[in-house]
Design a binder for this molecule. Structure first.
Ligand code: C2O
Length: 551
């Protein structure tokens, strides 16, 4: 079947949070935007009409886009933007994927407000889930909010965190217009929560007072049932969790709090407030009935890396017949540092004060910049990457050092205070069709230890292992789970640590890999894989649609 939507990207008036009045934002109908509901194998058709003053593209986060790489969406990687006043129709298929994904703008910082859920149900309906059929389902989309759209690009710290667009009734100064999202439940029923972290820059802990969860999927890949009372979710990730409404009838807070892997928040916390929504049992909330205040869950400390690590390493794949197995031989091995650094620009001759360093983010010392003349996919089609990208993304960092303990690099034995300068470039790693790629993602500590949620377009990957400190192949490879590793599209590389992933490059195209923290992506934390055509007609890149936006 075909699932068809029209997305009007436009300037809307939307209520401010914790301040009176409205603010202008860019959005599709509201925040969050519409939910796309499809069944496995459906064709999704979305007509995007850009009535906003910004260049826009939409990315279908987690959709593999086999045979339709031009529909993936990242601006200047797979397409030129949809200009103000123009339109473009995305068409793609959701075969072989089930679970919760999402869509978001992939141009400048627009995804702060241009985003929504994309749900793919089993073709045979909810009864075909590989877990007990839930009585109900709910999308729980976690986000960030800025009261001034122009501040999004400069303020890493949002004015509020939100659940389905609302900060909750405990949020200081909250006005009644946009108080709390509410989830109504019936006692002794089970609900499938489809949790999405759409925040630009913040990982969250997620809890519901008096309730526990059974995680059944992450990033739209089924997991072995995993019991927990706290869910940890980094920007870009999704978690599907069953919640049994088995508490005594009443009203309970669902709450999120930030996981700050880099720096402890200031006293009172970033935003200083608890973000909540309500889980309300049917019949339990008679208006004015002298209700008790809802119970609030204890959320972990903001720097609770133990809890994050326990959750992230607790997940394993639900192995089912016909599922892809972990490839046991590796064709391409990469060791890639991921992190922030500083670059000292050349001083102006007239400058009297010392030059200010510029923050940069890098993978293997390369700070990724988007091309401007044409998209990378266009350049590949025209066979003219010259001037658009180069094929020299390195398989190892140019300098090896103590990644997780040093705050500056020592080069050639001398203490040159070279802060990982990372010059801007547009570099790709070309991959042979069907090559098995293993990547060690090694976080650095040059400017703070931090967990980077690394997202790969065009593929799900197996997470073989993750740990702390500098990766060492002799001991690290001993920890590989080759039997039932979780499959994801976004891995939160542990703070001051590493993760090892593996995938098969069987999807020809240009595929972005980047940190899903927008403040890092915008200063270069990304790279692109160029996956070559295969040998047979059905493994060669088909030509792009004639109406793909041009630059
Ligand atoms: Cu959800 Cu390239 O991102």
């Amino acid at each position: 079947a075909t699932v068809e939507h029209t997305f009007n990207v436009a300037t809307l008036c939307w209520p401010r949070i914790s301040q009176p009045g409205d603010v202008s934002i860019t959005a599709v109908d509201g925040v969050p935007g519409p939910v796309i509901e499809a069944y496995e194998g459906d064709t999704v058709v979305v007509h995007v009409i850009n009535d906003s003053p910004h260049n826009v593209t939409i990315h279908w986060h987690g959709v593999i886009q086999r045979g339709t790489p031009w529909a993936d969406g990242p601006e200047m990687v797979t397409q030129c933007p949809i200009r103000p006043g123009t339109r473009y129709t995305y068409r793609f298929n959701v075969s072989g994927q089930e679970g919760t994904l999402w869509w978001h703008a992939h141009a400048s910082f627009l995804r702060a407000t241009v985003h929504g859920a994309l749900i793919i149900r089993p073709r045979a309906g909810a009864g075909a889930y590989p877990f007990p059929t839930p009585d109900g389902e709910a999308v729980v989309l976690l986000g960030e909010w800025w009261n001034d759209e122009n501040a999004i690009s400069s303020n890493v710290i949002a004015d509020a965190y939100t659940i389905n667009g609302k900060p909750g009734d405990l949020y200081a100064g909250e006005t009644t217009a946009n108080r709390s999202a509410k989830f109504e439940v019936t006692r002794n029923s089970t609900y499938l929560l489809r949790i999405i972290n759409a925040a630009l820059n913040t990982a969250f802990f997620f809890k519901v007072a008096g309730h526990t969860f059974t995680v059944v999927a992450a990033d739209a890949s089924y997991t072995t049932s995993y019991e927990t009372d706290v869910i940890v979710i980094a920007p870009g990730q999704t978690v599907d969790a069953l919640m049994a409404a088995d508490a005594s009838p009443g009203c309970y807070y669902m709450a999120i709090s930030s996981y700050q892997s880099a720096f402890p928040p200031p006293p009172g916390g970033f935003n200083g407030n608890v973000t909540t929504s309500l889980v309300e049992y049917a019949g339990a909330a008679a208006p004015g009935g002298g209700q008790q205040a809802p119970a609030l869950p204890d959320t972990p400390e903001p720097t609770d890396t133990d809890t994050a690590n326990r959750f992230y390493t607790g997940l394993t794949a639900l192995v089912r017949p016909g599922m892809p197995r972990v490839p046991l031989t590796v064709d391409t091995r990469m060791f890639v540092t991921v992190g922030l650094g500083l670059r000292y620009p050349p001083c102006e001759p007239t400058q009297t004060t010392p030059c200010q360093p510029i923050p940069v983010a890098t993978m293997n010392n390369q700070s990724f910049v988007l091309p401007s003349a044409m998209s990378m996919l266009d350049a590949r089609y025209r066979n003219t990457p010259d001037g658009v990208y180069t094929r020299d993304f390195p398989d190892r960092p140019p300098v090896e050092f103590d990644y997780t303990n040093r705050t500056e690099m020592v080069v050639g034995g001398s203490a040159a205070a070279l802060l990982f300068p990372g010059m801007p470039a547009t570099k790709v790693r070309k991959l042979e069709y069907n090559a098995t790629v293993e990547m060690v993602l090694q976080n650095t500590a040059l400017v703070g230890r931090e967990s980077h949620p690394m997202h790969l377009h065009g593929f799900d990957f197996f997470v073989l292992a993750q740990g702390f400190g500098n990766y060492d192949d002799a001991t690290g490879s001993q920890q590989f789970n080759l039997r039932n590793p979780q499959e994801r599209n976004t891995i939160a590389v542990p703070t001051g640590g590493w993760a090892v992933i593996r995938f098969v490059a069987d999807n020809p195209g240009m595929w972005f890999m980047h940190c899903h923290i927008d403040s890092h992506l915008s200063i270069g934390l990304g790279m692109v894989f160029e996956v070559e055509d295969g040998p047979t007609p059905d493994t060669k890149l088909p030509p792009p649609p004639a109406d793909l936006p041009q630059c």
